[in-house]
Every structure is written in C-alpha cells, then in structure tokens.
Design a binder for this molecule. Structure first.
Ligand SMILES: NC(=O)c1ccc[n+]([C@@H]2O[C@H](COP(=O)([O-])OP(=O)(O)OC[C@H]3O[C@@H](n4cnc5c(N)ncnc54)[C@H](OP(=O)(O)O)[C@@H]3O)[C@@H](O)[C@H]2O)c1
Length: 285
C-alpha cells in the first residue's frame, strides 16, 4: 500500500505551486479539487475530483493518506466546517501529519476568510492536544500572485478593488511551498507550531506599480476599480464570494494588512523573495 500526501484545492493558484514543490521533493501526492484540471497536474500519483463539502467524498479522500496539506477553497461558506471535519477524519484515520495552510492574522474579524480559518485553527489546536495529532499551522500573508506582472505589462494598468494607497504586505507562494516541504520533512520538529509567513514590508498598489515601472522602464499606473464593478467583470455571482470580496476591499482600504518576515526568514534560512525578484521571475517565465 502506498501512503499518499493529500493536497486539497490542488488545482488552484496556491495548490498548484504547493503540489509541484511536494512532487519535486519526492512525495507521492494525491491531489484533490472540484475542478477536473487537477488530474493534469504533473508528477502526481493520483487525483480525486470532488466537493469538499460532501462527507462521503471527504471520507473516501482520507483512505490511505499519511500526510495532509489542507488548503481551504477560496470563499466557501462551509470553509470552517470543511476544515474541522478534515481534522476529525485525520484523527480517526491515524494520519501522521496535518499541515493547515491558514492565513496571517486569522483573528481579524473584518475578513470572512480569516474568521473561517480562525475557527479551524482553534479546532485543530484543541483536537491536536486531545488526540496527539501532529500538526503545523502555516499563516501566509497576501500572495504575490494577486499582482499579475504580464497582465500589467499588457494593460499598462493595475486595476485593484481597494484604495490604491492602502498598504498590504506580500509573500511569494514559492516561498510558502518551500516551507510546506520543510515542515513535511520534519513533522515532529514542527509539531504544534504556528508560523506566520510574511515575505515583504507592506506596499500600496501605487508602490507595487512603481517597482514594476522601475524594473521594466514602462509607465503603468495603479487604478482603483470599485469592488462591485470588479466582481461583475470577473462574473462572480456567488453571494458569499461577493460578500468576501466586499469585506476584503473595505478592510484593506481602511486598515491595510501587515506582518513581520522574521519567521519566514528563519524557516527558509535565507531572505524571503522580494517583490522585485518575483516580478523578474514571472516576466521571464
Ligand atoms: N490570495 C491570497 O492572497 C491568500 C493569502 C492567504 C491565504 N489565502 C487562502 O488560500 C486559499 C486558496 O486560495 P487560492 O488563491 O489558491 O484559491 P483558488 O485559486 O480559487 O483555488 C481554490 C481551488 O479550490 C477549488 N474549490 C472550490 N470550491 C471547492 C470545493 N467545494 N471542494 C473542492 N474544491 C473546491 C477551486 O475550484 P474552482 O476554480 O473550479 O472553483 C480551486 O481550484 C483560500 O482559502 C484563501 O483564503 C489566500
């Protein structure tokens, strides 16, 4: 019997990168997603297409799984229930390690997706203590892939749905994936740890574009797009998804989002990837 490394939401922005890093590190990955393109991920051992809100599907997923990287789906109203159920099933199935890819500052109540992750973290901590489940919580900052350099190069505009002067910190998803591999390789060493993964200082959209222009010599501009207009443009009709983005727009515009890169530097054993290095890599790819 092969014991697999289960990655959820594996076909998404974050999941694709984390799956690839685990495959490259030699793990037998079972990738799951509601999106059938999960079957095309290179190097995986198996794929299961299905809905994480379905209990039978979750039970089936946990058969013969040794380690889990749980990436929650983006803006699911059942996000907390999915995570809590996965924790319980991991315990029932004697899973060796549960890695929860959460978010920086899950205690912030102004963001729907943070509140859901807070509830899962709490459940994981209680259940981890009660049942000696080996777990690690990773808390990534806002991902750099939210800024698409090739799109900005093409449009000469960075359209964004919050105040273009509000400052948000970033992390490179490749750095997060590198940490997932390190944590997976030493489950006991990282057991019961919660790590904030912050890569950069906080930058406003105007400052991001200034870095882009300095690198490329172009004259792109940051442009505020009201969040409802943005949601209509991407044809987002799901009410929970729209409410989540509305909160994101309001919270970032009012408070921004910030954190400290010390923990990520310690875990990587090097400087986290800078925003300019991310731009260079993506523009060359
Ligand atoms: N974006 C950030 O800056 C950031 C920062 C920290 C944490 N996070 C968190 O990271 C997580 C992943 O974000 P992401 O940007 O990688 O999202 P994403 O690209 O939308 O990927 C999510 C994947 O989950 C799939 N999915 C949706 N509902 C599902 C369900 N019920 N069952 C199974 N699969 C389902 C989606 O399929 P479809 O595409 O077909 O819907 C998609 O492939 C989210 O929880 C987010 O809150 C994001």
């Amino acid at each position: 019997m092969i014991f697999m490394f289960l990655v959820t939401s594996a076909a998404g922005h974050t999941g694709t990168i984390i799956t690839q890093a685990l495959v490259n590190a030699g793990y037998d990955v079972l990738a799951t997603d509601i999106n059938p393109r999960v079957k095309d991920l290179p190097g995986i051992k198996a794929a299961k297409v299905g809905d994480l809100t379905n209990l039978d599907f979750l039970k089936d997923l946990l058969t013969d799984v040794d380690q889990i990287a749980y990436i929650p789906p983006l803006f699911s109203p059942e996000e907390a229930l999915i995570g809590q159920t996965l924790v319980d099933l991991a315990i029932a199935n004697h899973v060796q390690q549960f890695i929860f890819i959460s978010v920086t500052h899950p205690i912030l109540h102004t963001l729907l997706q943070h509140v859901a992750k807070r509830d899962v973290e709490e459940h994981l901590i209680y259940q981890g203590m009660a049942h000696s489940l080996t777990y690690t919580i990773l808390q990534p900052m806002h991902y750099m892939h939210n800024f698409n350099p090739k799109q900005v190069q093409q449009d000469l505009t960075y359209g964004i749905f919050y105040d273009i002067h509000a400052k948000v910190a970033y992390v490179d998803p490749e750095d997060v994936a590198a940490v997932v591999v390190k944590v997976a390789q030493k489950p006991a060493f990282h057991d019961k740890a919660t790590y904030e993964l912050v890569g950069t200082q906080a930058y406003s959209p105007v400052e991001l574009v200034a870095q882009f222009n300095a690198l490329t010599g172009l004259q792109a501009q940051a442009k505020y797009v009201p969040v409802t207009q943005f949601l209509d443009q991407i044809q987002a009709t799901d009410l929970y998804f729209r409410a989540g983005f509305q909160q994101l727009a309001d919270s970032y515009s009012r408070w921004g989002l910030d954190g400290n890169p010390n923990v990520l530097r310690y875990l990587l054993g090097r400087e986290p990837t800078s925003f300019t290095a991310y731009l260079k890599r993506e523009l060359q790819s």
